[in-house]
Design a protein around this ligand. Structure first.
Ligand code: 6PG
Length: 247
């Protein structure tokens, strides 16, 4: 689109449950299609709370049985620098909601080492694993993303230097608010994805969604606007509460 926004699809569901189901349905189709076409399917999971319902649906029929788990490789879009059993761990949430409930080979699950003493070293290690699996720049089949109330996505926060990163695939970032470290995929990886799927639910996301989708294009202030894969598609799966301020 002329204003620099990629071709995008917006689906508004009555409730968060339906949006999660739509997300599970889309991911099952996209991963099965990727495996049929290229022998492997690569997905980066989102963190936070919203995607948990989607992960639980992926672990149940019918979606569980539509996905060739032994040919799927799981990555993360970002991770908090905490141990994998920590309440804040994005890995822990996905492990409990999905990974313990599907027949995916352990070697296909690529966890970000949030527990590492050296976040920058952990980012380097993850970057090597990602390049080995997905090439360089790493082309994921699906990148599942959330949206924060401040319009961040993954761990790309407003005003962060990582928003300008064009070489690295994975970076260690220090969050301004909580002064904690995180690991995150960088804009080049998100924009190499075949499909970037945002799952955004809840009234607390309505204003962020309005500015990201209908406001001025200012990715430095609204980092989710960075995601517009030139050779991919962006799909927004919303519930009515989150979408209530959209034009
Ligand atoms: C994280 C996420 C982050 C998340 C948004 C929305 O590690 O926190 O990757 O980008 O997707 O903050 O989080 P909620 O789904 O909890 O609202």
């Amino acid at each position: 689109m002329a204003d620099g926004r990629a071709s995008r699809k917006i689906i508004i569901c009555p409730h968060a449950e339906q949006a999660a189901d739509m997300g599970a349905r889309r991911i099952a189709v996209l991963l099965a299609t990727a495996v049929a076409a290229r022998g492997r399917g690569h997905i980066a999971l989102a963190g936070g709370r919203t995607p948990e319902a989607l992960y639980r649906l992926l672990a149940d029929a019918p979606y569980r049985d539509q996905i060739p788990w032994d040919s799927v490789e799981i990555f993360w879009g970002d991770e908090r620098c905490v141990p994998p059993d920590h309440a804040e761990s994005n890995y822990r949430m996905a492990h409990e909601a999905l990974l313990t409930r599907v027949p995916i080979p352990p070697g296909n699950v690529h966890r970000m080492a949030g527990e590492a003493e050296d976040p920058a070293g952990a980012a380097d290690d993850y970057e090597r694993a990602l390049h080995q699996a997905c090439g360089r720049p790493p082309r994921l089949d699906v990148c599942l993303l959330g949206l924060g109330p401040d319009a961040h996505t993954a761990s790309l926060f407003p005003g962060s230097p990582v928003l300008e990163e064009r070489q690295r695939s994975v970076a260690a970032v220090r969050t301004e608010k909580s002064h904690t470290w995180r690991l995150t995929l960088t804009p080049p990886v998100l924009n190499a994805a075949r499909y970037a799927i945002f799952l955004v639910c809840g009234a607390d996301k309505a204003e962020a969604l309005r500015v990201v989708l209908d406001g001025p294009v200012e990715p430095g202030r609204y980092p989710a606007q960075i995601v517009h894969p030139p050779e991919g598609r962006v799909e927004w799966l919303l519930d009515r509460e989150a979408a209530r301020l959209l034009k």
